[in-house]
Design a protein around this ligand. Structure first.
Ligand code: PEP
Length: 239
C-alpha cells in the first residue's frame, strides 16, 4: 500500500519557515511519492529535495499579463506538476472550464503534469448530485482535449465542503466516487489506469483510516502539508 502524498501549501509560510520545513523534510529517507506545491516564490527552494509543482498557471503562454506565471516559467524552476481548477481558484477568481482547458493545454505543452481538481459543493452533496457535478466538470474540459493528453492528467477529487473544514465523506462514499471517476474517464476516453487522489481535511488522525481504500491513489493535502510534523507523519504512513 503506497499512496501519493501531494501537499498544497496555499499562501502559508514565509522564507524562514520554508527553509525550516525543507531542512526537516530532508530527514526523511523516502520522498518518492511526495509532491509539494509551495508559493511560486519558493518553488526553486525545493529543487533537489523533493518533487514540486505550482498551485496554478496562467492560461496565456507569454506576454503582457502582469502578475501571471506561465507554464514555461514554471517548467524552468524544475517543477514537474501544477494544480489546475482548485476550488479556491474557482470560487475566488471565478475560473471556469475554458480557463482549465487553456491551462491544461499549456502545461502539457511543457511536459508538466496537470493535477485537475474537481468536487461538489455542500448543497450538491446534500442533493445527491455529486456524480452529475463531476461528470460535467470532467467532460466539459476533457471533451475538448486531445485524446492522447487525457492519460497525462491526475485528478484530485476534493469535495468543496470538506476543504479546510475537518469534515470528510466516509470511506464508502469516497470509494464510490473515485471508482465512478475512474470508470467515466476510462470508458469515455479510452484510458486504462488514470490516477485519482482524494483531498479535503486529510490529516494525521484520519490518514490510517483513509489508507484502507485501495481505489484511492493518494491525497491532496492542504492545511496539514504546511505543518511539518503532521506532513512527515502522513508521508511515513503512506510509504
Ligand atoms: C486543499 O486545499 O486542496 C485541501 C485539501 O485543503 P485541506 O486539506 O486543508 O482541507
Amino acid at each position: 500500500m503506497s499512496k501519493l502524498v501531494f501537499g498544497n501549501q496555499k499562501m502559508y509560510m514565509n522564507r524562514e519557515s520554508v527553509i525550516d520545513f525543507i531542512n526537516n523534510l530532508k530527514t526523511l529517507n523516502n520522498l518518492e511519492n511526495v509532491v509539494v506545491f509551495p508559493s511560486y516564490l519558493y518553488l526553486t527552494d525545493y529543487s533537489g529535495v523533493v518533487n514540486f509543482g505550482s498551485q496554478d498557471v496562467s492560461n496565456n503562454e507569454n506576454g503582457a499579463y502582469t502578475g501571471e506565471v506561465s507554464a514555461s516559467q514554471i517548467k524552468s524552476t524544475g517543477a514537474k506538476y501544477s494544480l489546475v481548477g482548485h476550488s479556491e481558484r474557482r470560487s475566488y477568481h471565478k475560473e471556469d472550464n475554458n480557463d482549465f482547458l487553456l491551462k491544461i493545454n499549456n502545461l502539457i505543452k511543457e511536459d508538466l503534469i496537470p493535477v485537475f481538481c474537481i468536487g461538489e459543493n455542500e448543497t450538491e452533496y446534500d442533493n445527491k448530485e455529486t456524480k452529475k457535478v463531476l461528470f460535467d466538470q470532467i467532460t466539459s474540459v476533457y471533451n475538448n482535449l486531445s485524446i492522447n493528453d487525457i492519460p497525462k492528467i491526475i485528478i484530485a477529487y476534493e469535495p468543496v465542503w470538506a476543504i479546510g473544514t475537518g469534515k470528510t465523506p466516509n470511506n464508502e462514499e469516497i470509494s464510490e466516487v473515485v471508482s465512478y471517476i475512474k470508470e467515466l474517464v476510462n470508458d469515455r476516453y479510452n484510458t486504462s489506469n488514470i490516477k485519482v487522489l482524494y483531498g479535503g481535511s486529510v490529516n494525521n488522525k484520519n490518514v490510517d483510516s483513509l489508507n484502507e481504500m485501495d481505489i484511492v491513489d493518494g491525497y491532496l493535502i492542504g492545511g496539514s502539508s504546511s505543518k511539518i510534523d503532521e506532513f512527515k507523519y502522513i508521508i511515513e504512513r503512506c510509504l
